[in-house]
Design a protein around this ligand. Structure first.
Ligand SMILES: [Mn+2]
Length: 437
């Protein structure tokens, strides 16, 4: 075995020793009904253009349960009796001529060792295995929406399975509560992201292009063995009023605001951070009014995450209330607070939610039922914003084209919460000091 290959195995063993993936499969199996099976498919290599492919990124759920980072793989969990389950992994075979082009493959033998799975075989046997082993099961859990859906459903149709369920709800329940290992990764991701934002803040000068800021941020991610968790939003001036602006091609102008929403993914775990600040200038009065209002709502929402068992939706309700009150005070909304909240007229300026779950995916899986209470080891974002259309002649001219969002990543702890991105300044005086104008 050559040196590189040895390192590959040592690295794998480090992960292995933690028993992480085995325990997760066990927990998932506990949630499965008796006499059922669950099938998870790996991500597939995606074409970018002609014969160029996007860099492979494993499906988050498949990774969560296997820690196996290859395409064309599948995991089947079979639970035939109470408290008894068996996992089967299907992977690409080792093929020297193909590996020369696209990299090493573990093959079934090494894959079995790496993942502590009961049995591993070549992916070509998957269909045959499903045909042989699924008949008579009462429930089949499947991750809908992947590219092999039709073929799998065809096999299932002929096996007379009573119930077909999405894996999302069960797995969402597990993935919502992060273990110590996951929290460590998320703290690391948050730390790198904060440093990248600090770097961006120091580079955001008049005449610089948005793509230059993007390069600084994403370059910093890469220097630290991370990558973006989602395409960076570097939005100066009125670009900030486009929620998912990713063009990043405008020139920064002194006195305009810049909204930077960028977060890295480190060891598969995401961070998600947004800051808004003026370019080589202090906040202008209207910018300051809008910014202070968003900041007030954001800080109040973070305070709420410290309340034991607070409802996820309550935080959003409180945030919209604070923003609405402020918009009324600024004369940007008309009517009473009750009317604004009931008719949701605030949505003209605040059209998105305050939070989402964060984890392996930046918008992590996990449902948002009506009674959705925050529990220790959940991670969510708090990200209120205000956006004033540049062409909206019904609002005072000084507000037009202003877009502000302030976002932090919050870990719920036993009797409190912890802001994982707290190191990134957001107070006006701190930002103005750093901008140095
Ligand atoms: Mn977010």
């Amino acid at each position: 075995m050559n040196k590189e290959k040895r390192l590959f195995y040592i690295d794998r063993l480090k992960w292995l020793s933690m028993n992480l993936y085995l325990n997760r499969r066990k927990k998932f199996a506990e949630l499965m009904s008796t006499n059922s099976a669950a099938l998870f498919l790996s991500a597939v290599v995606q074409k970018r253009n002609n014969d160029v492919e996007y860099r492979f990124r494993q499906n988050s759920s498949f990774w969560y349960l296997t820690g196996f980072n290859e395409p064309s793989a599948a995991l089947l969990i079979l639970k035939t009796k109470q408290e008894q389950f068996k996992s089967f992994l299907f992977v690409q075979p080792q093929e020297k001529d193909k590996e020369i082009w696209t990299g090493r493959r573990a093959g079934p033998v090494a894959a079995k060792q790496q993942t502590e799975i009961c049995e591993a075989s070549e992916i070509k046997y998957l269909e045959e295995f499903l045909e042989k082993n699924l008949s008579g099961l009462e429930e089949f859990y499947f991750d809908f929406g992947n590219s092999h859906q039709e073929r799998v459903l065809e096999i299932i149709k002929n096996r007379r399975i009573y119930k077909l369920t999405s894996t999302q709800n069960l797995l969402g329940e597990l993935r919502l509560i992060k273990d110590d290992f996951e929290i460590a990764q998320m703290k690391e991701a948050a730390k790198i992201t904060v440093q990248a934002h600090k770097l961006a803040l120091s580079k955001a000068k008049h005449g610089i292009n948005e793509f230059f800021i993007e390069a600084k941020i994403e370059g910093f991610f890469k220097e630290n063995g991370a990558d973006w968790a989602y395409p960076s939003i570097i939005a100066s001036g009125e670009n900030a009023t486009i929620l998912h602006y990713t063009e990043n091609k405008s020139v920064l102008r002194q006195g305009e605001l810049i909204l930077i929403d960028a977060g890295c993914e480190k060891n598969y775990y995401a961070s998600d951070l947004t800051r808004t600040f003026p370019i080589e200038s202090k906040f202008a009065p209207a910018q300051k009014d809008a910014y202070n209002l968003v900041l007030k709502a954001q800080k109040a929402a973070i305070e709420q995450t410290k309340i034991k068992n607070i409802c996820f939706h309550e935080i959003h309700r409180e945030t919209t209330k604070i923003l609405s009150e402020g918009l009324l005070d600024l004369g940007l909304l008309k009517g009473s607070l009750e009317e604004v909240l009931e008719k949701q007229t605030f949505r003209k300026f605040y059209m998105h939610r305050t939070s989402h779950w964060l984890g392996l995916d930046v918008h992590d899986i996990g449902s948002y039922p009506e009674k959705c209470y925050l529990k220790p080891n959940m991670v969510l974002t708090i990200e209120p914003g205000l956006y004033f259309d540049a062409l909206d002649e019904t609002i005072p001219a000084e507000f037009r084209g202003i877009g502000i969002r302030i976002e932090d990543d919050i870990l719920i702890t036993k009797d409190d919460s912890e802001n994982l991105t707290a190191e990134m300044p957001k107070e006006i005086h701190e930002l103005e000091q750093l901008i140095n104008c």
